[in-house]
Design a protein. Structure first.
Length: 98
């Protein structure tokens, strides 16, 4: 019964992260933080749903590894954008500039 509540809380966390992503998209850092919160909520949901299976540890480890890679890649892109643009405003990004 406790895994049901943990899954419910992680679903609500995922929806809150998507809501934050759709409402606060002014800075690139807030977009990255919202994506990281969604990844962590998915990690908690996967871990709670696969708690009784034999391969739950491997699946959770793969997901948390992908989340760490996503965070490091996002921070590298953020540093590159700040160095080239001077700010991290999402509205200043354009695919027309090359």
């Amino acid at each position: 019964m406790s895994t049901f509540y943990l899954s419910l809380i992680s679903m609500l966390g995922f929806l809150a992260a998507l809501l934050a992503l759709s409402l606060q998209y002014k800075h690139f850092l807030s977009v990255l933080l919202s994506l990281e919160a969604a990844t962590m909520s998915l990690f908690i949901m996967l871990f709670s749903l696969m708690n009784n299976l034999a391969y739950s540890g491997q699946a959770a480890l793969i997901l948390i590894t992908l989340g760490a890679c996503e965070a490091s890649l996002g921070l590298a892109v953020l540093v590159t954008i700040i160095r080239s643009q001077g700010n991290d405003y999402v509205s200043s990004f354009s695919s027309q500039k090359c």
